[in-house]
Design a protein. Structure first.
Length: 205
């Protein structure tokens, strides 16, 4: 039987999370660039975050054409949300610096969605992206995202990173509503684990 996906949240119909998605009017435009291998990740949060925001675009790919890239970068002050190492000679801004130095309506932030290894490769394959000024988040609380293995407590899910980014940039509390999506995702995952456990006890698996 063909698997049926919800057209809005892109999850399997029986795992639809649309009822948990808030409708948020964001000022800073976001563009999610998702690595193709991240697309079928049932535990991924990028699409759910995108579907909750009014000013958001979503592209899947590893290497983007120069046309696509110039389209992504032109007309607005465009930043990349990605940590910069000391060897990289790129401009870096804290959210506070961006907030005080640029009109927010004129800002756009690109967000890479994938593992560290994959997103590093995306930067390597798209030097135009790597050269963009970077935004760095303030040090965060350890991630609540217990579903996927994190490299360290500072790695945030895409949803948590966006929640922190937009809250800091726009000085708004509305983005805390994204937490509902995270809670629903975690609850769904925990229910699934319980069900698996029960099936194993009954010897059905
Ligand atoms: Zn849905």
């Amino acid at each position: 039987m063909a698997r049926v996906y919800c057209t809005k949240c892109h999850r399997l119909e029986n795992l639809c999370l649309c009822s948990a998605l808030p409708e948020l009017e964001n000022k800073v435009e976001l563009v999610f660039l998702q690595h193709p291998l991240e697309q079928k990740q049932v535990k991924g949060t990028a699409w759910l975050t995108h579907a909750s925001l009014s000013q958001s675009h979503f592209l899947v790919g590893e290497q983007f054409s120069s046309d696509e890239l110039s389209h992504l970068i032109q007309h607005k002050q465009t930043f990349l949300l990605y940590p910069a190492s000391e060897e990289e000679s790129v401009m870096t801004y804290s959210t506070e610096e961006v907030q005080t130095q640029f009109p927010l309506e004129n800002c756009r932030v690109l967000i890479l969605d994938g593992t560290w290894k994959k997103t590093k490769k995306m930067l390597y394959l798209n030097p135009e992206l790597a050269a963009l000024p970077r935004i760095m988040l303030q040090p965060q609380q350890p991630s609540e995202y217990r579903i996927r293995k994190q490299k360290n407590a500072q790695s945030l899910s895409t949803l948590e990173a966006v929640m922190a980014l937009l809250s800091e940039l726009e000085q708004s509390s509305q983005y805390h509503r994204l937490q509902n999506v995270m809670d629903a995702l975690v609850a769904q995952h925990e229910a699934w684990i319980e069900m698996e456990k029960a099936l194993r006890i009954e010897g059905l698996k």
